[in-house]
Structure formats: structure tokens, C-alpha cells
Design a protein around this ligand. Structure first.
Ligand code: G3P
Ligand code: CA
Length: 256
């Protein structure tokens, strides 16, 4: 979380080159030297944290149904990679066929402390208790230890309530408030000051802000991470404005 370093956050893994939220996408993101692996987490019906973006499995697997209504054993039967080969034949690889929805535990077991994690509690209002499960898992793998480099694990959410709950679990873990509709203009400072009370930064759409927004956020003392930036030109622009990093699907394409 060094404010001087412009962070490359692998959005859903290396998700241009590999099926999002799979081990293949995370392995590639590590290989491509992303600063962070971004992982959206939800809970299965039997309360296991799984890595998937949508509330249903329909788009990114060969199954259908609501993640929260499915047992881990059901989720594990799905193929989370073949859709990618069909949709992006230029990027298709045989190894993507049969990729599984990983649990967060599997991701942590594979990468341990060798990577940094940028974890999102996805729709926590529909995943009651997700924060408790997350902190229990992080604690189990010693990822909350004060001896680790600062920012080894960053937590993000669109939900203020979820972030505030996690702040009660840890006074030090970096929390990022995701803003879908950032308040720009004269009210920006007031809104950003509210966020600063519990978070150290914001994540927001680069298309919905302006240079002044970044300047004000920095004055308030917030980090600014922008999504989803998939070109070097846009990355360069926002780096020059003073943003602290980008979420990108395309790590090689945004190298600056
Ligand atoms: O976490 C940043 C960005 O990922 C938020 O949007 O919908 O891609 O999770 P989404
Ligand atoms: Ca996300």
C-alpha cells in the first residue's frame, strides 16, 4: 500500500488471457507479476467461501443456479473454463477445459504469502456472515499477522456496512470502499471524508470521475484505485493524474 507505487491489480486474475476467477487465471496473474490478485468471494449454501463474480453460475460455468443456493459439492462439479474457450477462441487453451470454481482456501493454500490478495466481499447483504468466514480463514492462514508486509491482504466492498463490520475485526487491515456512483463535484469532499472514517481508499470507475476527484481524494488521505483499466494509454493518463493503481483484466496490455 505504498502510495508512491502504481499498483497493478489483476482483476479476477489475468482475465483477458484465462477464464476469470479460476486457478489458471490466478497462476497467470502471478506469472505476469501483478501486484495483487483480485478475488470476489461469495458463500456457497454450506458456507464455504468461493471465488466467483456473478450471483449465479450461469455466465462463467456450464451450470445454472444461484451460488448461495448451491452446495460446494455442486459448484465443484461445474466446468468454469470451457465458456472462455468458446467465447475467446484466440485465447483458448486446452488446460482451461474443466477448470473449477476455486474456494478462497484453495487459492490461499496455493499462493500462501507469495502474492498479495485484494478480496471483495461480493453482495454481502445476500451472503450473511461472509465477513466472519473471511476473517476466520485469513486468521487460520496467518494472513492477519502484524509481522506480514502491510497490505498483504486488502479488503474491498461496495457495502459500507460490510466494511464497517470488518473494521471491528481489525483496526489495521486496509479497507477499500468501492463506489459505483462516485460523488463528483462540490459534494465530493464531504463524501470522501465520510469514507475516510473507516477506509483507506476508494475503488471506482475511471469513466465516472475527473481529475479533481482524484486530487480531492488524495487531500482527504484516500488511496484511489480505478477499474477496469485495460489499456496502457488509460493507465498512463490516470497515473499522471495521481491515482494509486488500477484493476486490470489485461496485465501485459497495461504495462507502463
Ligand atoms: O473490485 C473492483 C471491481 O472488481 C468491482 O467491480 O463488478 O468487477 O467486481 P466488479
Ligand atoms: Ca471485484
Amino acid at each position: 500500500m505504498d502510495p508512491e507505487k502504481f499498483l497493478i491489480i489483476a482483476h479476477r486474475g489475468a482475465s483477458v488471457q484465462a477464464p476469470e476467477h479460476t486457478m489458471a487465471a490466478y497462476r497467470l496473474a502471478k506469472e505476469l507479476e501483478a501486484d495483487y490478485l483480485e478475488v470476489d468471494v461469495q458463500m456457497s449454501k454450506d458456507e464455504v467461501l468461493v471465488s466467483i463474480h456473478d450471483l449465479t453460475v450461469d455466465r462463467t460455468t456450464d451450470g445454472s443456479g444461484v451460488v448461495a443456493d448451491m452446495m460446494l459439492s455442486e459448484l465443484k462439479q461445474l466446468d468454469a473454463g470451457s465458456w472462455f474457450n468458446r467465447k475467446y477462441p484466440d485465447m483458448a487453451k486446452e488446460e482451461y477445459v474443466g477448470q473449477k470454481i476455486p474456494t478462497l482456501q484453495e487459492i490461499i493454500e496455493e499462493f500462501g504469502e507469495s502474492v498479495n490478495y485484494y478480496i471483495e466481499t461480493k453482495k454481502p447483504e445476500e451472503n450473511e456472515g461472509v465477513e466472519d468466514e473471511l476473517f476466520e480463514l485469513l486468521g487460520q492462514y496467518n494472513l492477519l499477522d502484524e509481522s506480514l508486509p502491510e497490505g498483504k491482504v486488502v479488503i474491498q466492498s461496495f457495502s459500507e456496512e460490510s466494511l464497517k463490520r470488518m473494521r471491528t475485526f481489525s483496526q489495521t487491515i486496509p479497507l477499500i470502499k468501492l463506489e459505483k456512483d462516485p460523488v463528483v463535484g462540490p459534494d465530493a469532499r464531504r463524501r470522501l471524508e465520510e469514507i475516510r472514517e473507516y477506509a483507506i481508499g476508494i475503488g471506482t470507475y475511471f469513466e465516472r470521475i475527473d481529475d479533481d476527484y482524484v486530487k480531492t481524494a488524495k487531500e482527504v488521505g484516500l488511496l484511489v484505485h480505478l477499474y477496469t483499466v485495460n489499456s496502457a494509454e488509460i493507465a498512463e493518463k490516470w497515473k499522471a493524474v495521481g491515482a494509486h493503481g488500477i484493476f486490470t483484466d489485461n496485465i501485459p496490455g497495461t504495462r507502463i
